[in-house]
Design a binder for this molecule. Structure first.
Ligand SMILES: C[S@@+](CC[C@H](N)C(=O)[O-])C[C@H]1O[C@@H](n2cnc3c(N)ncnc32)[C@H](O)[C@@H]1O
Length: 302
């Protein structure tokens, strides 16, 4: 489902409920993307609130500026949430009332063939959020050994048949380098057994593409770095809400929130991760794997 802004915010009602927004608050949206969550947050913290928007993708930041404008209560940062301390220092803030992370990729990024995120859209194998940084998917696919590729698919993608897929990639690139998303998707589809493939709801390349993307963007490390820093900036009662779409990400979120709870920084208002409603999944299938977790800073912490 696409809106005018091109990305339907996932679990919007749940995000708004669990951030416990009020006018006058200072809120960070660390993965602002198309600004769907941000727009509704802004409505609730005005008047008097401040919204700090971050995205690693320069194009996303430009679209956010076009959407919300150069207004006094919204600040934009082309930055990684791993660097939240630097962003807040630059914004002149040492306390905030809440932070949201809606991890992964937006429909806008997925829809742009030149970004190379989608196996359904022929394009170059790029997959970097920040095109000024790090290796591309093409470099990994054409340079890594079969062993290394297999463990990437297994560890970051929970990918069955990782070894077969890795071998098929190495075999194919002997003939000529793999340069495009659709070529890679075809190679992966050809490597998994047909009968298994027919039992799956998702394309066999889904998990392998996600594994490559998570690796090249160092997504798990960024998440860890965010959790190393965020709690000390929260005002008492301030909340962190995180939506993860990948089991490796959700494991980190769960572990880091539990650790913060057991060291007395936060309480966890909801014990179990919150999933989207069936109605939302029917309306927006992209929300299917979303899991939302919440932490609230204790008055006595720090
Ligand atoms: C799922 S989208 C967010 C969509 C947004 N909540 C909305 O309603 O439109 C995730 C966004 O986070 C960005 N992103 C991913 N990892 C990031 C990180 N470590 N730091 C900053 N931005 C990140 C991506 O570039 C993408 O635009």
């Amino acid at each position: 489902m696409e809106t005018q802004a091109g990305h339907v915010p996932v679990m919007l009602a749940e995000v708004l409920e669990h951030l416990k927004l009020r006018s006058g608050q200072t809120i960070v949206d660390g993965t602002a993307g198309g600004g769907g969550h941000a727009a509704e947050i802004l409505n609730r913290i005005r008047p008097g609130g401040r919204l700090i928007l971050l995205d690693r993708d320069r194009g996303a930041c430009e679209r956010l500026i076009a959407r919300f404008g150069r207004v006094g209560d919204v600040r934009y940062f082309h930055a990684n949430v791993a660097d939240i301390d630097q962003v807040l220092a630059e914004a002149g803030l040492d306390r905030i009332d809440g932070a949201l992370l809606d991890l992964g990729i937006s429909s806008l990024q997925l829809a742009d063939p030149q970004r190379g995120f989608s196996f359904e859209r022929p394009g170059p194998l790029d997959m970097r959020f920040d095109r000024g940084e790090g290796p591309t998917a093409e470099e990994i696919v054409n340079r890594w050994s079969a062993d290394r590729l297999a463990s990437l698919f297994r560890e970051y993608g929970d990918q069955p048949f990782s070894r077969r897929i890795a071998r098929a990639i190495v075999e194919a690139r002997r003939r000529e380098p793999i340069r495009r998303t659709d070529e890679l998707a075809r190679i992966i589809a050809g490597a998994v057994p047909g009968p298994w493939r027919r039992t799956q709801r998702i394309h066999p390349a889904t998990q392998a593409f996600m594994a490559i993307r998570i690796f090249i963007n160092d997504e798990l490390k960024s998440l860890d770095a965010f959790f190393d820093k965020i709690f000390r900036y929260l005002n008492p009662g301030g909340r962190v809400v995180v939506i993860a779409f990948h089991s490796g990400e959700d494991r980190i979120v769960k572990a880091r929130l539990r650790e913060a709870a057991s060291s007395g920084w936060v309480r966890l208002p909801v014990a179990k991760p919150i999933a989207p409603t069936l109605e939302e999944v029917a309306r927006n299938p992209r929300s299917r794997s979303a899991r939302l977790r919440v932490a609230e800073r204790l008055p006595t912490a720090g």
